[in-house]
Ligand binder design. Structure first.
Ligand SMILES: [Zn+2]
Length: 65
């Protein structure tokens, strides 16, 4: 451990944003409002029951704990 960074450098900020976007892309919690099924997907999928009434929630938005 050396001096703690006061601000993210442009490179670090870019990396942070990229990781956020990636987490969002790969960890989408899908919830079907028709059959109440829940699953994790990398895209905004429709449900296997055929319903398109699916909620898409990015997992990284959930608070820790
Ligand atoms: Zn369904």
């Amino acid at each position: 451990m050396t001096d703690p960074p006061q601000y993210l450098s442009p490179t670090e900020l870019k990396e942070w944003q990229r990781r956020l976007a990636e987490a969002n892309k790969n960890n989408i919690l899908c919830h079907c409002r028709a059959c109440d099924r829940e699953w994790v997907a990398s895209t905004n999928e429709t449900c296997t029951c055929g319903s398109t009434r699916v909620e898409h929630i990015a997992c990284w938005q959930f608070p820790d704990g």
